[in-house]
Write a protein that binds this ligand. Structure first.
Ligand SMILES: CSC[C@H]1O[C@H](OP(=O)(O)O)[C@H](O)[C@@H]1O
Length: 331
């Protein structure tokens, strides 16, 4: 049975967040009522996932407005706080999009901003349900095998969105239709969104799955153990090039070599027509310690450095379908 997980909700004076860094072993809730706490939560991925970042950006403007009132900020200080929320992470277009969506309502007051932020949430959940249906229809029309074995990367479920999920929304829909055999969930190093978050969501609903090392994805696909790969997105350029969690382009290359569909699932809020090509997308580089340490213990030699891009860009030529709430694009 599908369950309703809500990664974030407005509690009247701030955001109530599930701290995703504590999952799957603890459900820790964060009360976010000031700008610095929100920016910290975004940058340490306590709240994460493109659509969830969009909602956080929208509510973040309300948080900044209420704090400005409490602390008697001038207009410049409020503008600066809103800009820092907008810039907290660069790759997912949704964060800036969520902030920009509510900015026109600031002059009308915080209630108007909150009403628009709630609309962002409602629209995202509805979009994800539509993505689930469109994506399942497209896959079932093109993949003969029943039941299906699906590979996914990172976390694209209720935790990464306002609810239901994008790629994981399609997986939930396939499961609900009784046509899903199993999910291969890439663990998604270094922060393990797959083994910690996707596996948690699948486990909550009794959806059969295997967690696998990221390095196993290509051979699992080339051995014929997967019928379709479905991933999310953080920014889709005008030509269809798609930025997503690091490791996604490797999955796409294996799918193309194996002749199985590689499907991107994302709401319209993740499409960025202002970015013409994927090579224009800023890729967030994260702290070296995420790669060089494990549980706070140094793994690599002291002199070793780390290269830690959080995203990669899959060229449109490797994508068989981009599924949004408006339907399916075949680049
Ligand atoms: C439904 S979009 C989720 C998207 O966001 C993830 O990145 P992060 O965990 O760093 O926020 C990953 O790229 C997912 O595909």
């Amino acid at each position: 049975m599908a369950i309703e997980i809500r990664s974030l909700a407005w509690h009247g004076k701030g955001l109530d967040l599930i701290d995703q860094t504590a999952l799957p072993h603890e459900i820790v809730r964060l009360d976010v009522s000031d700008v610095e706490t929100l920016i910290d939560a975004i940058q340490r991925l306590a709240v994460r996932g493109a659509p969830a970042l969009g909602a956080s950006g929208a509510f973040g403007v309300a948080i900044a407005m209420l704090q400005a009132e409490r602390e008697h900020w001038d207009a410049a200080a409020l503008d600066d706080a809103i800009r820092r929320i907008r810039d907290a992470r660069p790759t997912a277009v949704n964060l800036a999009g969520g902030v920009d969506r509510v900015l026109p309502f600031v002059a009308q007051g915080v209630d108007a901003v909150l009403a628009e932020a709630e609309a962002v949430v409602r629209e995202d959940v509805a979009a994800n349900k539509a993505i689930g249906a469109h994506g399942a229809d497209w896959i079932l029309d093109r993949v003969e095998r029943r039941p299906l074995r699906v590979l996914t990367h990172c976390n694209t479920g209720s935790l990464a969105t306002a609810g239901w999920g994008t790629a994981l929304g399609i997986i939930r829909e396939l499961h609900a239709r009784g046509v899903l055999e199993t999910v291969y969930a890439d663990e998604t190093r270094p922060l393990l969104q797959g083994s910690r978050l996707t596996a948690w969501e699948l486990d909550q609903e009794g959806i059969p799955h295997f967690v696998q090392p990221d390095g196993a994805a290509a051979s699992t696909i080339l051995r014929g153990l997967v019928d379709v790969a479905i991933i999310g997105a953080d920014r889709i350029a005008a030509n269809g090039d798609t930025a997503n969690k690091i490791g996604s382009v490797g999955v796409a290359l294996a799918c193309r070599d194996a002749g199985i569909p590689f499907v991107v699932a994302a709401p319209q809020t993740t499409f960025d027509p202002a970015t013409a090509h994927g090579d224009e997308i800023e890729i967030e580089e994260r702290p070296e310690s995420e790669v060089l340490e494990w549980g706070g213990i140094r793994v690599a030699p002291a002199a070793s450095r780390a290269f830690n891009p959080a995203f990669d860009v899959t060229p449109a030529r490797l994508i068989d379908a981009i599924v949004s709430e408006q339907g399916v694009i075949e680049p």
